[in-house]
Design a protein around this ligand. Structure first.
Ligand code: PMP
Length: 398
């Protein structure tokens, strides 16, 4: 180890603003499916930076893109086009049903852009309609507008006053959403698979009915694919599973493979911003553009969407094989976005015991475990994960 862990943790407690619970360890390096802390302890990573490190840790293609692009141009300001920006926009529009891209740095920021297009569209074409319908238990970000869009009980009374104009409906309930749509609605915004909310997928018929509803009422269908996009669910974009096209899609997390990068994609007819309506100092900055292009090209070239589908099926199959022994239920998910319920609310205990044994998994709520490994995961690594998890469940649940 290069640094003394005790003194680093002491310094962290002193100088890092508290925003989240963190275990007493400090990550130092990563390679592929593995991370190492400052004690030199090695971890098999099934959190994947929260569905971010799509190519695993420190992949060659990101290193090369960063080195080559930073030798050429790091930033020329968003007032100018740059080469990787144009190439990356072409790649994303070629590979999706969308025509236009706006680049940002975080998922929340891409969603803010989507909300702004929807509101501008409502103002221009729907007599000032501004309301956006989202799902209960959805997650769209931690800025004020995206937090207000998020259908999370815990946040209901926090940070008032919220941004107005969001209505939350239960997921997969067509009648509820039909009732919620009014003359004041400009858009419906949904995650195709709720990530933070517990890995719950939208039903195909529900999505198709929503598409029809949006067409009928002339309102926008926005897919937040921040977590589901870029190969995670077994297709490059989750909307491809349903045989429909959203009007707007937002991407982040996996698109940068760990580099802060996000995108908002839309159809030609919603290209309605005027100069200055939307932007940001780091929008389309060349380093991010070069990295994003390299990451997406690698996912396509190596067919990592297919690997996500294959390994996801294998993980669920292996979980099913230990389910009755440990009373695991609701094994669910799509591709490499996977969750299952524990028989008791001991999620954090399971997580910390796995961590002791060198496995990183995630438990957003006490009753369930979520797995989001890099898209490069292989069968032996799945077996290793299942073996450690089984040991831990034997201990924790006995
Ligand atoms: N949308 C979804 C579906 C997400 O899962 C997240 C992050 N968990 C966000 C938006 C926000 O993205 P970011 O943290 O990059 O702002």
């Amino acid at each position: 180890s290069t640094r003394d862990t005790e003194s680093l943790l002491k310094e962290a407690n002193k100088s890092i603003l508290f925003t989240t619970n963190r275990p007493n360890l400090v990550m130092e390096k990563g390679k592929g499916m593995y991370l190492w802390d400052t004690n030199g302890k090695k971890y098999l990573d099934f959190i994947g930076g929260w569905a971010v490190t799509s190519l695993g840790h420190c992949p060659e293609v990101i290193l090369t893109a960063l080195v080559q692009q930073s030798a050429k141009l790091i930033n020329a300001s968003p007032a100018f086009y740059n080469v990787p920006m144009i190439e990356f926009a072409k790649l994303l529009t070629d590979k999706s049903c969308f025509d236009k891209v706006f680049f940002a740095s975080t998922g929340a920021e891409a969603n803010e852009g989507a909300i702004k297009i929807a509101r501008k569209y409502g103002a221009k074409f729907l007599n000032g309609a501004y309301e956006i319908i989202t799902a209960i238990d959805s997650f769209h970000g931690r800025t004020l507008a995206t937090m207000s869009a998020t259908g999370k009980q815990k946040w209901e009374s926090l940070f008032e006053p919220k941004v107005q104009g969001f209505k939350h409906v239960p997921q997969n309930d067509l009648i509820a959403i039909q009732k919620a749509v009014s003359a004041n609605t400009c858009a419906i915004m949904l995650e195709p698979v709720q990530g933070e909310g517990g890995v719950f997928e939208l039903e195909k018929n529900y999505i198709r009915s929503l598409r029809e509803l949006c067409n009928e009422k002339n309102i926008l269908l926005v897919f937040d694919e921040v977590q589901t996009g870029i190969g995670r669910t077994g297709k490059l974009f989750a909307y491809e599973h349903y045989g429909i096209e959203p009007d707007i899609m937002t991407l982040a997390k996996g698109i940068g493979g760990g580099y802060p990068l996000a995108a908002l994609l839309t159809k030609e007819k919603f290209d309605i911003f005027e100069a200055g309506d939307q932007g940001g100092t780091y929008s389309s900055q060349p380093l991010g553009m070069a990295v994003g292009k390299a990451v997406v090209n690698e996912i396509i070239d190596k067919n990592l969407s297919k690997n996500a589908e294959k390994q996801g099926e294998y993980i669920r199959h292996q979980l099913v094989s230990i389910a009755s022994k440990f009373k695991l239920t609701n094994i669910r998910g799509k591709g490499l976005l996977i969750a299952f319920d524990l028989p008791v609310e001991k999620g954090s205990k399971v997580v910390s015991e796995c961590q002791k044994r060198g496995l990183l998994i995630n438990s957003p709520r006490p009753a369930y475990i979520r797995l989001m490994p890099p898209l490069i995961v292989t069968f032996p690594e799945v077996d290793e994960m299942i073996a450690i998890l089984s040991d831990v469940l034997t201990e924790v649940l006995s």
